[in-house]
Design a protein around this ligand. Structure first.
Ligand code: GLP
Length: 256
């Protein structure tokens, strides 16, 4: 079962996720991180940046990317990862990849999978979750075995992401995303979610039936998952009291 931690604020969530990354990097200076975009991980990046760690050997693989945006577009995930993660954390740009950052789109998925394998796999994958229950850009119906590939975004996701663009028409219709199978191979998943608009997706992912209709529910099949949510995002969790109880009574040696 996922370890579910219900925190008082998004800043607290960022500190906890940063703790997990910090202890990983202390043990493995060239750790491989899976990097999520979106607004949710921002407090994690901020908390980590404030610790002024030497992260220059850390390697990174972004979860996903739009297809059809020029790489230099400010909202391409390549630009977002450079601006919000690589620069503030002091990562080495050449060690951080984004899907389809090299070569033709037709072979970009297989190329990305090869690169992840060659790096020894992802040690810790940071995840957000979309209102449709998507992780990465794996929309409902995505196979649990899927690997990095091109997908079509749902209209709901385009509407949700329109806030980063001038209008919903400007949000690309296609994307390339690590698959659920790719995500499941990461050694530790840290899923963050905040706000009441995520409560339904969180409950579905953590407690709902395991179904490709809620791609986030794949996490129930992973052996090491930490879900960090604020009270609003936790509002529909049936076992919230148990999660609080378990967290408050965790053993001293237990780490995230
Ligand atoms: C986007 C991203 C996801 C992200 C999700 C939630 O579509 N591709 O990786 O987790 O939406 O975004 P936010 O964190 O901004 O709510």
């Amino acid at each position: 079962m996922a370890e579910v931690v219900i925190v008082g604020s998004t800043d607290d969530a960022g500190e906890l996720a940063a703790d997990a990354i910090q202890s990983l990097v202390a043990a493995k200076a060239d750790a491989v991180l899976g990097l999520a975009t979106g607004s949710t991980p921002l407090t994690t990046w901020r908390a980590l940046a404030a610790r002024h760690l030497d992260l220059s050997r850390v390697r990174g693989f972004a979860l996903d990317e739009y297809v059809g945006l020029p790489a230099a577009h400010p909202e391409s995930y390549r630009s977002v990862i450079a601006r919000e993660v690589v620069e503030p954390l002091g990562l080495t740009p050449a060690l951080v990849r984004v899907p389809a950052d090299r070569g033709p789109i037709e072979t970009a998925g297989a190329d990305y999978e090869r690169a992840i394998l060659a790096a020894g796999g992802i040690d810790l994958q940071i995840l957000g979750i979309g209102r449709t229950g998507h992780i990465g850009f794996n929309e409902p119906g995505s196979s649990f075995a899927s690997l990095t590939r091109v997908k079509t975004l749902t209209q709901q996701t385009r509407i949700d992401n329109a806030r980063f663009f001038d209008s919903v028409e400007d949000v690309p219709m296609h994307c390339i995303t690590q698959g659920l199978g790719t995500i499941m191979r990461a050694r530790h998943l840290v899923l963050l979610a905040f706000g009441e608009e995520k409560a339904d997706a969180v409950a579905g992912a953590v407690e709902g039936p395991v179904t490709s209709s809620v791609p986030g529910s794949a996490i129930q099949l992973h052996q090491k998952v930490t879900v960090i949510v604020d009270e609003a995002a936790a509002a529909m969790l049936r076992f919230a009291d148990y999660y609080r109880y378990a967290w408050n009574n965790r053993l001293a040696w237990e780490k995230l």
